[in-house]
Design a protein around this ligand. Structure first.
Ligand SMILES: [Zn+2]
Length: 346
């Protein structure tokens, strides 16, 4: 009898969820508001614009006037739009310089979609975690993130389009577990997908375990920096249901070779539909010798931001047998599928 009740309630949940998805279309949330998923177009799914690596609660962020930053950064974003990129997913979390007013300004002036995030980053020895993470429960942290979704970020009215978290390389410690649990709870209340900076395959598997225990499908999870895993590990992660993000593409020949090898292996395994690619480019806030605040391009192997995929990787992939459909899968279809928000009221 108990078994029948469980089956019945499961069917009921599935049925009403389907109804709810039918009546509430899927969408994305950009810094200028909600948009249809098909308005994403060509997308760079893991990039940064302005970041501040000073550390949580050390300075008031942003350390610069928005207009100064916008004037410096706008030409790069306009150039990106001119190359055909229509959406940039900005992965800088709060306490590492997330600046949603700057993002909105750049989006409005360049007509590019920018998607920002909610959530906390526990990698890098927890340098970017605010103190309240240690005293609050997963439920309390989730409430903070859901509040940003419901009412906008810090009075701006700008809403996050995904949950961005970060964990280190080892099996997750109690703080990291708490953050991932909070991400799962916030996902269940908002439909926002969860992208996690993940230092190793061990950590990635821990994340999937936690999500599944909370009733969240691994399909809602993007394993960020899966380039640190081997091809075999990447395939095993995909088979657990999550997305993998290969997001450190730079112009060094050895990097291009590494990423083309990964992508050929995934194409041959017919798993390209679970893969995302990006550069992880951006600028960090620096204090110049005269004390003024400036921006310095990440030293991640790219001399020009946001260009290597188009100028080097794609020509290389084409030469190796990738067709337009494969390229569109990686840069249009998959980002839309991975980051679309599906509201289910159950
Ligand atoms: Zn990043």
């Amino acid at each position: 009898m108990k078994f029948l009740i469980i089956i019945f309630s499961l069917l009921l949940t599935l049925f009403s969820c389907t109804l709810s998805v039918n009546t509430k279309p899927q969408f994305i949330m950009t810094v200028t508001g909600p948009k249809d998923v098909d308005q994403m177009g060509l997308t760079l799914e893991h990039e940064h614009i302005a970041t501040d690596f000073t550390g949580a609660e050390k300075v008031t962020q942003p350390q610069y006037p928005v207009e100064l930053a916008a004037t410096f950064l706008l030409p790069y974003i306009q150039k990106l739009k001119a190359t055909g990129v229509n959406t940039l997913i900005e992965c800088t979390p709060e306490y590492i310089g997330r600046d949603v007013l700057l993002l909105r300004e750049l989006s409005e002036k360049s007509s590019i979609n920018i998607i920002t995030n909610t959530g906390y980053y526990a990698a890098a020895d927890k340098k970017y975690l605010p103190k309240h993470v240690y005293s609050e429960s997963a439920e309390q942290l989730a409430t903070r993130w859901v509040e940003e979704w419901e009412n906008g970020i810090k009075g701006t009215g700008i809403k996050p389009g995904f949950i961005k978290l970060g964990v280190g390389k080892d099996t997750l410690d109690s703080v990291e577990q708490k953050i991932v649990k909070a991400g799962a709870l916030a996902h269940l209340q908002t439909g926002l997908k969860i992208a996690i900076h993940t230092g190793s395959t061990i950590a990635a598997n821990d994340e999937i375990d936690i999500l599944e225990k909370k009733g969240v499908s691994a399909r809602a999870l993007i394993i960020v920096h899966a380039q640190h895993a081997t091809s075999d590990e990447q395939i095993k992660l995909i088979k657990r249901g999550c997305w993998i993000s290969l997001d450190g593409i730079n112009q060094k020949p050895e990097t291009i070779e590494k990423y083309t090898d990964f992508l050929i292996t995934l194409k041959n395994a017919e798993l390209l539909e679970n893969v995302l690619i990006s550069h992880d480019d951006g600028w960090s806030v620096i204090q110049k010798d005269d004390g003024a605040i400036g921006f310095e391009l990440f030293g991640n192997g790219n001399e020009k931001p946001y260009t290597t995929i188009f100028e080097i990787l794609i020509p290389e992939l084409r030469a190796l047998g990738f067709n337009q459909e494969d390229i569109d899968q990686l840069l249009i279809k998959n980002p839309a599928e991975a980051y679309k928000i599906e509201v289910c009221t159950n």
